[in-house]
Design a protein around this ligand. Structure first.
Ligand code: FAD
Ligand code: FES
Ligand code: MG
Length: 278
């Protein structure tokens, strides 16, 4: 079903927020779930996290980092235009504990994906400490929204232009140690999630990682999003996307997400006019 774009906002270089009309998803979604969109008729399908919603406008919010062909097609659309189709909510909601001191960690566009989870933790009566990483000050996103739902928000920038100078895992190690948190949620680039899992392995912390493998159908049919967790095969679109970070095989996931890099580059450079209805 197509979905009209109501609002568009540039949050940072290459990072765009879109509010789209989606009444049924707006009524049902929960923190941690995602949608699959096809921006144009000829586009491939891509998964995006549901970041927020508005009951009054019957809309949901997504935040998109333009990294390749399909994300660029999505962010080129303007208010009044429509996404060709959108399906969701997909995946299992994030597991939210109550009454604990929790760690919320994110890097890059993962900061947007963290927002609904941080909010859900806060609403469930937890003390929420968010650690967010960005390349540089100009790449920090949703600071105000996160401050409104977190007890503490700390930033790390790679170039030291805001907050801690370094990455978000170094920031974690500078602020916390074993028993600092009962539970946590990490989302962002795979090397960051892997480093967060390694750093906290002996801390007695239950750390959920929201995984971002390649997804195609989002319904458990194609096998594209296969990941290994604790030696078991799992499908991130239906069994996840959140799993125990200390049990995820991040090296396998890295290999699988890189499998089509050459083709992705060709797709970006070459405006193919055969196939897929064009
Ligand atoms: P391409 O050039 O085709 O690919 C660039 C890289 O993106 C690839 O190397 C691969 O690692 C990854 N990728 C490519 N195709 C897919 C695909 N079908 N599914 C997943 N990853 C892919 N990004 C955001 O900007 N905001 C979000 O809120 C967000 N939420 C996500 C939630 C989930 C559950 C998952 C799995 C991914 C999420 N992503 C999100 C990542 C986003 O789906 C990819 O950046 C996008 O698919 C890239 O497509 P492309 O054609 O623009 O880039
Ligand atoms: Fe096809 Fe998960 S995306 S099985
Ligand atoms: Mg692509």
């Amino acid at each position: 079903m197509s979905a009209r774009i109501l609002n568009k906002r540039q949050l940072a270089p290459e990072i765009t927020l879109l509010d789209v009309e989606a009444p049924r998803i707006q009524r049902r979604w929960r923190a941690g779930q995602f949608i699959i969109i096809r921006p144009l008729e000829h586009s491939e399908r891509i998964p995006l996290t549901i970041v927020d919603s508005c009951a009054e406008r019957q809309s949901i919010t997504m935040v998109i980092q333009a990294v390749g062909k399909t994300t660029r097609e999505a962010v080129a659309l303007e208010p009044g235009e429509s996404l060709c189709d959108l399906v969701g909510p997909l995946g299992e909601p994030a597991e939210i504990c109550t009454g604990e001191r929790v760690l919320c960690m994110a890097g890059g566009v993962g900061v947007a994906e963290l927002l609904p989870v941080a909010r859900a933790y806060k609403e469930a009566g937890n003390t929420v400490v968010a650690l967010c990483g960005a390349r540089s000050d100009s790449y920090r996103i949703l600071d105000e929204e996160l401050r409104a739902c977190c007890d503490e928000l700390h930033w790390a920038t790679d170039d030291g232009t805001f907050g801690f100078h370094g990455n978000v895992v170094q920031l974690l190690l500078s602020l916390a140690g074993p028993r600092s948190f009962a539970e946590g949620h990490v989302i962002g680039p795979i090397p960051m999630m892997k480093a967060a899992a390694e750093a906290t392995r002996e801390w007695g912390l239950k750390l959920h990682a929201s995984l971002n493998p390649i997804m195609i159908d989002g319904t458990g049919m194609c096998g594209g999003c296969r990941v290994t967790v604790g030696g078991q095969v799992r499908f991130a679109c239906v069994d996840g996307p959140c799993f125990d970070a200390h049990k995820v095989d991040f090296d396998e996931m890295t290999r699988r997400t890189r499998a089509y890099r050459d083709l992705e580059q060709i797709a970006l450079q070459h405006d193919c006019r055969i196939g897929l209805g064009r």
